[in-house]
Write a protein that binds this ligand. Sequence first.
Ligand SMILES: [Zn+2]
Length: 74
Amino acid sequence: MSEQKLSVGRIVHYVGAGGACTAATVTEVEEQGSLVGLFVTGPSAIHLLPLAEGGAMSDQDEQKPGTWHWPERV
Ligand SMILES: [Zn+2]
């Protein structure tokens, strides 16, 4: 998959405490895209994260709670 460029307003997946993916809007990009601020819209709550670590790859086993990744292709 080609590299996607992170920018404010893009939608990514945020991994919640239970390991499930939820949609999140990027609100801030730092550290060349590895740290992003997220507006997380979960099934039962929304919350703001100042900075979350993550990676650009999806479909990885490394989807730890508290990290973001690009949405998986389905
Ligand atoms: Zn996901």
